[in-house]
Ligand binder design. Structure first.
Ligand code: AMP
Length: 280
């Protein structure tokens, strides 16, 4: 496995593989890898001849008061995990080579970025779609692998790839969870031991929604109220508890088919998101 920092170098390296007809799979990450990331790398390994994991804490997707500086980083450990999961390359660019002086082009997906995290993190998805476009242009993968954990991100990237005729297959894989149901996240490392315990309620609130929907409860605002009752005592702050259409990400009032139940809450200083797809 090679770790490559330079954009021209990774392009050259992957160009050689493509000339030989080899398929390339890309797993974009911000590093500090856990089992969620590794499940994507393993799937990319199964599907492709060449597997590239990008590790880049992307400054343009963080707001001015967010955790860009504190975001956990450990390349040594990540490299070990990538190698074990079957990656061939880690692409590890510097921020100044991804965004050199004078950089002024952004990619925006409209509509789908308005609700959910888009309401609370202005500019976040613009940063995500811009960096993912750059990674796609640099790596030219056949397929790229994303997690259902970041449900809105997956929907937005699928839309972008289709709208801009990128010709890249977007694969979305299930959320990997801790034993108590907490979705794995690099940000879980910020949690205090008390916060960590309280965080398990997030998944329990999603399970409550699933149970109510299975029991024929179609009233989305009522279900959201029940979920909030569970979350209020444990969360420092609730950004949103929403039941939305999984394709349009617009709020649903009456549940008649598949819905995305999505939550963003703060446990102390840590913002956590999670979601489930379920159907009536
Ligand atoms: P990140 O490093 O947080 O930007 O995540 C990189 C990729 O891993 C994204 O596509 C995430 O959706 C995915 N991912 C993060 N956490 C999980 C998880 N618990 N299960 C599955 N995929 C995940």
């Amino acid at each position: 496995m090679k770790i490559i920092r330079s954009i021209p170098e990774i392009k050259k390296e992957l160009g050689r593989h493509r000339k030989r007809g080899r398929s390339v799979g890309l797993v974009p990450t911000m590093g500090y890898l856990h089992e969620g990331h590794l499940s994507l790398i393993r799937k990319a390994r199964q599907d492709n001849d060449v597997v590239v994991v990008s590790i880049f804490v992307n400054p343009t997707q963080f707001g001015p008061n967010e955790d860009y500086r504190e975001y956990p980083r450990d390349l040594r450990r990540d490299a070990r995990l990538c190698k074990k999961a079957g990656a061939d390359y880690i692409f590890y660019p510097a921020a100044k080579s991804m965004y050199p002086k004078g950089h002024s082009t952004f990619v925006c997906v409209e509509g789908l970025t308005k609700n959910l995290c888009g309401r609370f993190r202005p500019g976040h998805f613009r940063g995500v779609t811009t960096v993912v476009t750059k990674l796609f242009n640099i790596v030219s993968p056949d397929a790229a692998y994303f997690g259902q954990k970041d449900a809105q991100q997956s929907v937005v990237i699928k839309r972008m790839a289709e709208d801009l005729d990128m010709g890249i297959r977007i694969e979305v894989l299930p959320t990997v969870r801790e034993k108590d149901g907490l979705a794995m996240s690099s940000r879980n490392s910020y949690l205090s031991s008390d916060g960590r315990k309280r965080a398990a309620t997030i998944y329990r609130s999603l399970q409550l929604a699933r149970d109510l929907i299975k029991l024929n409860d179609k009233d989305a605002p009522g279900i959201v109220r029940e979920m909030r009752k569970m979350l209020v005592p444990v969360a420092t702050k609730i950004d949103y508890v929403s039941i939305v259409d999984p394709l349009t990400l617009k709020d649903v009032r009456t549940i008649t088919g598949e819905v995305l139940v999505a939550v963003a809450v703060w446990m102390g200083e840590t913002r956590l998101i999670d979601n489930i797809l379920t159907r009536y």
